[in-house]
Design a binder for this molecule. Structure first.
Ligand code: SF4
Length: 390
């Protein structure tokens, strides 16, 4: 059967359905691999952020184009959203619910560090209507946790996940990292075993990537460690496949595994070319055929909003050709691949069609009458494939 082409439904230049990403830019410390925009938690900065965020929500909510749109996913990420007090997070939810029309089945995800999940806080999140928790465990190996610069202990990592389950969360994602300096397939196997003992509905397994501005990047430049080569990294993925498959956790995206019915609906928006609005410093949006991003610094973000302006730093209106290419590149991250009619549409650009054909010949892509997917080799070099198709 031919895969259905899922083109956003247009309504006054906008689709009816929307996702919201809300960036909470605070952490208690910066992990050694992390390059996200964030600052260390500080009461004054939190106040500045919350007041500005309230203004940003109100500004968008007053836009005629936003009225009548149904929000079907909300993703509160960061940073560490759970460094906010329960009262502060409750106020954010209340503003979102009064400013936007959240669907009854709205998936509401909150990212948390395991050590921030006390029984009281997890109960609050349940009662506040959070439907999904994404817990940044990263590793269950004490030595690796120290090396990664994580703030909680191994015991806290285990108890945070248990507390979330006891509070009644059935939709729980655990973030884990592989390819860390000094990590062995054996220690990765142990981390996966600990994770699977907790019966999560979703796992995000990320290969360590060296990002500028991180402590790891500086150490790498000084020659203090080597990055893992792709073949060795593939052994870690193979180990994950071996342990996850019997437990019905299937890989549905390059870095994501889920039990049936538990794929992250919000993240699927990114890979399917559907619209999302980003709120908070550095948050990115894709609305009405434009990609745009907010200013990063909390101070600039706040100043713009106090002046009654949206804190947008840059905006790009995508041409139809760009949109056609982008949805293929993002869509190929999904293991199901993309429908063949997307490829036919993009192939009207001859240069693009030549790159695509070369990638099929070189066995990075597998094409059938109905769709296109990355091959095993293509999945290993997905970033290169993406660059050749943009
Ligand atoms: S807790 Fe998460 S967001 Fe904060 S520094 Fe660590 S990895 Fe980055």
């Amino acid at each position: 059967m031919e895969q259905k082409s899922e083109r956003p439904r247009k309504h006054d230049g906008l689709t009816d359905d929307l996702g919201i990403y809300l960036h909470v830019p605070f952490c208690v410390k910066r992990c050694h691999f992390c390059a996200f925009y964030l600052v260390l938690h500080n009461r004054q900065r939190v106040e500045t952020f919350l007041q500005a965020l309230e203004r940003e929500i109100a500004l968008y909510a007053s836009q005629p184009g936003m009225r009548g749109r149904t929000v079907s996913t909300v993703y509160v990420g960061g940073g560490t959203p759970t460094v906010l007090g329960s009262g502060q997070l409750a106020t954010i939810f209340s503003r979102l619910k009064s400013g936007f029309s959240l669907s009854e089945q709205c998936e509401i995800t909150v990212e948390a560090t395991p050590e921030s999940l006390t029984e009281q806080y997890a109960d609050f999140l349940q009662q506040a209507g959070v439907t999904r928790l994404s817990i940044g465990v990263q590793s269950f190996d004490p030595r690796e946790r120290t090396m990664l610069g994580l703030s909680g202990t191994m015991a806290e990592a285990i108890s945070g996940v248990k507390i979330a389950k006891q509070a009644g969360f059935s939709n729980i994602n655990l973030d884990l990292i592989y390819g860390n300096p000094g990590q062995t397939v054996q220690s990765w196997e142990m981390t996966l075993t600990h994770a699977l003992e907790m019966d999560p509905s979703h796992l995000s397994l990320y290969a360590l990537s060296l990002e500028k501005g991180t402590r790891f990047y500086t150490e790498f430049r000084r020659g203090l460690f080597e990055v893992m080569d792709p073949d060795h990294e593939a052994c870690f993925l193979q180990q994950a496949e071996t342990q996850l498959e019997p437990l019905q956790l299937s890989r549905y995206e390059l870095s994501n595994w889920a039990k049936p019915g538990f794929a992250c609906q919000h993240n699927l928006r990114y890979w399917k070319g559907l619209e999302y609005l980003g709120l908070g410093p550095s948050a990115q949006s894709y609305v009405s055929e434009s990609r745009y991003g907010n200013v990063s610094s909390i101070e600039h973000y706040s100043k713009r909003l106090v002046a009654g302006q949206l804190p947008i730093a840059n905006r790009e209106l995508l041409t139809q050709v760009q949109q056609d290419k982008e949805r293929i590149v993002f869509g190929l991250r999904l293991l199901e691949g993309v429908p063949i009619d997307w490829v036919r549409q993009a192939s009207q650009d001859e240069v693009w069609a030549t790159s695509f054909t070369a990638l099929v010949k070189e066995e990075y892509l597998f094409q059938t009458d109905t769709g296109v997917q990355l091959t095993r080799k293509g999945r290993q070099f997905a970033d290169t494939v993406g660059m050749r198709l943009l």
